[in-house]
Structure formats: C-alpha cells, structure tokens
Design a protein around this ligand. Structure first.
Ligand code: MTE
Ligand code: MOS
Length: 751
C-alpha cells in the first residue's frame, strides 16, 4: 500500500541534487561580504574590555583627525529606540551607561575603508569604571532579579511517589558552551536611499527579526525597510537572534551617514560577542519500581543565560518540556531557570536547550538500568512513550511515532546484544557501546505559537518558469531544495523550472523565524496552499488540451493514453486563456493547549524521534576518547530528500559529538580565553566517526507529503550515547560535557 503511494510521487522522496550546489561549489554564491555598493563605508564596534563597567567618557578626538574617519556613533545618536526587540527587550543596541559583559558593543566607528575602521577604532579612548560582576549561576540564582525566566511542570505527585520507589537514582550534570563555528561570520550591510527607504543585506536565519530591530533602532516604519537575506554560510542557531543586532548597527550607521555601511565581524569578535549554546547545570532524579517501570522523575535545570535574556526564555522552555525524556512516567516534576551572569548572552543552538538536559537524563536512565540490573535498551523499551501514551506534559501521542522501531534498528545494526560487553582491544584501549534516545517537538510549540505561521508566493511566468518566495531561509540545511521538491510535486512542474529566492521581507509576509526545524512543515505547507489553486487551473487546462476526462500527472508531464504534453505547454495555454498564474499561500500551525501554570497540555504539534548507539574507544593511559561509530535511526515522517536528510544526520551527529568530546570554551573571570579556531577545538572532517543512519517514515498527516522536521534532531542525544559508551568501555560515569581527556583521567582516579 505505502509502496504504491510512493510510486505516485515524482519529486518528493527523491535524492535530487541541491538546487544551490553549483553556485556554492564554484564559489559564485554572493555571501554577505561579496556584495559591492558605490561609496560603501565600513563600521566597526568598540567593545567593553570588562565583564561589567560603567562607561564614563568617550574621547575620539585622535581618530577624528584622520581624513578617513567618518563618524563615531553612540547610544545618544539612535533616532529610534535603544531596546533590541527580542523576548524581554532588555538588551540595548549600544550600551549607554553600563556594559554588562566583556565585548558588549558601546559605540560604532565608521570610516572610509575596512582597514582604517579597525585602525581608528584603536585610537578611541573610552574611560570605564570597573564594577563587580557575577560569573557563576549558583551565586546568581540566589537573587530573584537575576532569574530571567523560570518554568515548572507538575504531573502526578513525584515527591510522594519517589518515597515508594524500590530503585532511586539522583545525580548532577554540567555542560559547557558550544560555539556555532559557522564558516561565514556575522555580516550586514545597510543601504539607505535618497527616497528615505533602507535596505539591509543580512546573513541571517530570521530576516523578520532583523526587520523588527532595524525599525526599532531607526524609527522607520516596516514598509520603508526591507531585509534581504544574503546567501548564508551556516547558522546552526547562531544566526537566529544576533544578526538583528549586527543588521541594526549597519542600518543605523547607514541611516546616519546616508551612505551604504558594511559591518563584517572577524572571528575573534564573533566568538566574543555573539550567541552560544548555554552552559547548564542539572540535577535529575529517577525512580522505578521492582519491575523496572519508571514511576517518577524530578529535574532541576539551570541555564547560564549570560548578561541579557535574549532567547533564553524560549530555549529554556524547550529544554523544560523535554526534560524527563521520551518516557511514559506518571509523576514528573521539573523546575527550570535561566539565570543572568556577566558573560556573553547565550541563545539558540541546534537542539535549543534540549541537548544539555538530554545528556543528563539519558546518562541517568542508563545508570538506573544498571542499578536495577536490566539491559539499558530493554529498560528503555519498557518505559518509552508510544501511541496513546502521555508525555510529561500529559500530551497524548496520537500517531506518527516510530521510536520503538528505531531502538530495535540500532540495537540490531550495532549487534548490541553480542557486543555490549566488549573486551579490551589493546593493553591501554577499552571499547564500549552506549545508547540514547530522544524526542523532538517540531516547530515553535505552544510558547511560540503566535509566530507559528508562514506565507508563500508563487508566480508562474509565461515561459512556464516559476518564481517562489517564502519567509524561511536556506542556511545550508537544504531548505531551498526541499521546498522546490514540494512545489514541483504539487504543480507537477519540472524541478529546473523553479527558482526559490533568498528571503526578502518586502516580498513575503512575516513567516516567523527559521528555527525549530520548522521550515519543511511551515513553508512547505504554505507553498502547497499557494500551489493548490494553480494546480487546479493547470490540471484542468491539461485535461482540456488532452481532450480527456482522465490523465496521469507525472514527472512534469500530463499523460492520457498515447497523448503526452509537458508542463510548459500547459502553462502556455493557461496564459493564452488569461488564467491567474500567481497565488499566495498562508499556513497556520495546528493548535496547542499547553498551560504555563503547571506545564500541562499539548506542547508541540508533533514529535520526531531518534535512537542512537555510540561505539567508542577510550585510551585509559591518556584519557583520549575516540568515537569510532555512531548508529542512529530517525523518525522524521516522510523523508522529502533522502540525500539531504542523510547530510543533516551526518552533520548533526558530528556537531553533537564535537560538543560531547572536544569543544571547551574557557571564560575566566568574565574574559574568553580561546576565542578562535586555534585554541577552540571543534571536530573537523578528519574526526568524523563512521555513520550508520536509518530512517523510519511514520506519516504525519498534517505535514507536507506527511513530513515532520529533522534539522536539529541528529545532534540532540549524541552526548548521552557517547557518555554511556565510555561507561561501558572503562567503567567511569562521566557527568560533564565536554568529555576531554583530563576529565576522563580524573574520573578514573589517574590524575
Ligand atoms: N544544517 C546546515 N547545514 N546549516 C545550518 O545552519 N541549522 C540547523 C539545522 N541544520 C543548520 C543545519 C538548525 S539549528 C535548524 S533549526 C534547522 O537546520 C533549520 O532548518 P529547517 O527548519 O529547514 O529544518
Ligand atoms: Mo535552530 S537552534 O532552532 O536555529
């Protein structure tokens, strides 16, 4: 049955080549710093050298003497508001009295060229008064005013139930920062025109966030500003909120100088001032009965938000909802906090607050299985959520869940039952396997429901080529290709006829951010909405030309008996008949019912799932951890493009492994010590483990061609699987990410 259905699809489900492959491979794509404008000036930010300081005086008289100096802009020059609109609007575009973290922007120097902008910025003297700062969440949380946001989930009576449990386990876990390490640093260009309009070219995931920020700082109305997304060289969440800050600075500088102004960060500036994955602390307790049934879960989860709240309230919420793991547990209590420290503000990073708590919770599930004397996979299988079961927020899983099959697949593929007790492979080498599972709420969910809508515009030209405008962005994940496939399928139009553009906020309605793996579902459905009436006209016209009542539409052709006509021919006739060949689509996500008071209700519209087994080798002499292979299986609904999906899986797994094993940002007394690729170690293509990736496609009825979302999922539970494999290999129970050699040796008692 499902096979027959699949055969009907011409473009969806096929591993077609990326539509943006050529321009990127050949170096022809126009990234943010590739665009040229006549008389363009360059801006550079002057930044606080202290974790917390009062700005006393700015003296730029020296810089001003240079003929290439154009302007020094401070908070006083802002014509609009000095509040960056994010969630709580507490972050000023430019610090005006107190700078709250090292490298916060205090002023913008504009000069005639990039070199001079940097040179002159060093000649500006800013007098500061150093103030006391807080860099520790446990100290910070004792003061109520330092808590940016906090949530609670109450299901059943966890504190009473825990007393009755035969097996109880409780541990604390910590995780460090993760830096996005996108290849293209932050960049934006403001282009103010004589007619009073302002265009901003921005490397961003979220052009509409940039629009809001540019309007706020300049005071211009939305219809006088347009944000044009430039080809974006990676985001991973790091181009969600902060490009709005960079774009607003460039816009302000252009608005004031009446010239185009480019701001392009160097790597160190990007490291020091842009968002990161939140460091975390968590304390997790699980309780099970004598039969190995999970009865309760208690979690305290704290994120180190940094100096301003930015996206922390939303990141924390996703972590909170998923904190108990993909298990059916009657008694759950979760409390969570995002806490201020005088360090760089943290924000979105692939997984959005889930990987940190998944590491803790999946580690502890493994340790609990051991305590009970059960195989960790059997223990998981006994307790996972499934159809008609309730999540920790009491959301009933109605359909589209393949978690059980995923676990069985990785168990079989890794030969778990035979290999889980591996023998040492050399005197100093120990091999081990470890498991983890995850669920992932697709889209913004209840907390961001007001933003969960998307628009699309389709215009079919007389030559039968098609232009499509959407509000979600391509940042490497393959959105342009996947959305092209969805449009091609709905219109029965050849792939090569279609061109999807980078987002221009003046051409499409606000479609929310490109985050939360929501693009395929949201923009995909918006495209289908726009394409439906066009499809009807095209198909009717094809029937008319074929002179038939019945036809097959396939691969861009319309076939009836021996007669076959192409999409191009049909469109030509549509235009000759003066039919409307452009349409707009609008999709709104299904309702959610979550109540913030007690954390009850439907938190997300649907979930995607993963099961993972890591195969690792630990050198017990050096503590070096080598991740040999990762087996992962995913249920992301219908896979729209299997090749791109595999790419997302490989990339996500590697990024998760990198966070788990290598990435160690050091901030000492508020100052970053390794802000660059020399000293901040990130996994490269030389460090890739072997991958074994499988997909189970559980249809999601509301999804475009039954697809869910997958962009972030592959990263989420990697650290837990690696940690459990380390335990299996050499008996140490790691409780902290990254699992660098020093920490492993320390746990072994060797140093
Ligand atoms: N893949 C690549 N190559 N580059 C990226 O920046 N971002 C990730 C993921 N995969 C990213 C990526 C993040 S954080 C998200 S939210 C999703 O892609 C967004 O894409 P989607 O909405 O199309 O799933
Ligand atoms: Mo992804 S962290 O939701 O941009």
């Amino acid at each position: 049955m499902s096979r027959k259905k699949e055969n009907k699809l011409s473009f969806v489900g096929k591993g077609i080549e990326r539509v943006d492959a050529d321009i990127k491979l050949e170096g022809k794509a126009l990234y943010g710093d590739d665009l040229d404008f006549a008389k363009m000036l360059y801006g550079v930010c002057l930044r606080s050298p202290y974790p917390k300081a009062r700005i006393k005086k700015i003296d730029f008289s020296e810089a001003q003497k240079d003929p290439d100096f154009v302007k020094l802009i401070t908070a006083k020059d802002i014509p609009g508001s000095n509040k960056w609109p994010v969630v709580n609007d507490d972050y000023p575009f430019l610090a005006w009295d107190i700078a709250e973290f090292h490298s916060q922007a205090v002023a913008i120097l504009v000069a005639k060229n990039r070199f001079k902008a940097n040179e002159l910025s060093k000649k500006v003297k800013i007098e500061y008064e150093e103030l006391d700062f807080i860099d520790d969440i446990h100290k910070s949380i004792t003061k109520k005013e330092n808590i940016f946001s906090s949530y609670v989930i109450k299901k059943g009576d966890a504190f009473n139930e825990i007393k009755k449990c035969k097996y109880v386990i409780e541990k604390e876990f910590t995780t460090n920062y993760q830096v996005h390490c996108y290849l293209e640093p932050q960049v934006a260009t403001g282009v103010f025109a004589t007619d009073g309009t302002l265009a901003v070219y921005s490397s961003t995931q979220c052009p509409f966030y940039v629009l809001d920020a540019v309007c706020a700082i300049t005071g211009l109305s939305s219809n006088k500003v347009k944000i044009i997304q430039t080809v974006t060289g990676g985001g991973f969440g790091g181009k969600e909120d902060v490009p709005a800050l960079v774009g607003a600075h460039a816009a302000l500088a252009s608005f004031i100088t009446k010239s185009p102004v480019r701001i392009c960060y160097d790597r160190e500036e990007d490291f020091r001032s842009m968002s990161k994955r939140h460091p975390s602390y968590s304390k997790v307790t699980y309780g099970a009965d004598e039969n190995g049934k999970l009865k309760c879960c208690i979690v305290k989860y704290i994120l180190d938000a940094g100096a301003y709240s930015t996206l922390s309230p939303i990141v924390l919420w996703r972590g909170t909802v998923h904190a108990a793991g993909p298990y059916s547990i009657d008694n759950v209590y979760v409390e969570s906090y995002a806490v201020k420290t005088n360090k760089v503000p943290c924000g979105a990073f692939r997984g959005f607050g889930q990987p940190q708590i998944s590491f803790a919770q999946e580690s502890l599930i493994d340790d609990l299985a051991e305590k009970i004397g059960m195989d960790p996979i059997d223990f998981r299988l006994k307790n996972i959520i499934d159809k008609n079961k309730l999540t920790s927020t009491s959301q009933k899983i109605k359909d589209s869940i393949g978690l059980k099959e995923l676990i069985e697949i990785v168990r079989k593929k890794s030969d778990w039952d035979k290999r889980k007790n591996l023998k040492p492979s050399a005197n100093n080498k120990r091999r081990g396997l470890g498991c983890s599972i995850a669920y992932y709420g697709v889209g913004l969910g209840a907390k961001g429901r007001y933003l969960d809508r998307a628009g699309a515009y389709i215009n079919i030209y007389r030559d039968a080529t098609v232009n499509i405008t959407v509000g979600n962005t391509e940042m490497g994940q393959g959105a342009l290709t996947v959305l092209t496939q969805i449009a091609a399928e709905t219109l029965n139009c050849p792939i090569n006829n279609i061109k999807l553009d980078e987002v221009d906020t003046s051409k499409v309605p606000d479609s929310g951010p490109t985050v939360a793996s929501r693009t395929t579902v949201m923009s995909g459905n918006a495209i289908i909405e726009a394409a439906k009436p066009l499809r009807e006209r095209i198909f009717k016209t094809a029937l008319k030309i074929l002179g038939s009542k019945d036809m097959i539409a396939k691969d861009g052709f319309f076939i009836s008996g021996a007669k076959k006509i192409s999409f191009n021919e049909v469109v030509k006739q549509c235009w000759a008949d003066r039919l409307k060949m452009s349409e707009q689509g609008w999709y709104v996500s299904p309702p959610t019912t979550y109540d913030l008071k007690d954390g009850k209700g439907d938190a997300y519209i649907v979930y995607s799932y993963s099961a993972n087994i890591a195969d690792v080798e630990v050198d017990i002499e050096t503590g070096f951890l080598d991740v040999k292979k990762i087996y992962s299986a995913f249920d992301v609904g219908k896979v729209v493009n299997p090749v791109l999906a595999l790419g997302q899986a490989h990339g996500g797994i590697l990024q998760g492994m990198s966070w788990a094993v290598y990435e160690n940002l050091v901030i000492d007394r508020g100052v970053m010590k390794n802000p660059g690729f020399t000293d901040y170690i990130v996994a490269t293509s030389c460090d890739t483990p072997e991958y074994d990736v499988s997909f189970v496609e559980k249809d999601y009825a509301e999804g475009p061609y039954k697809a869910k979302g997958m962009g972030e999922l592959p990263l989420i539970a990697v650290a837990g699987a690696v940690r459990n494999a380390v335990k299996n290999a050499c008996g140490v129970e790691m409780d902290s990410v990254p699992m660098i050699p020093e920490k492993i040796l320390k746990k072994m008692g060797r140093i």
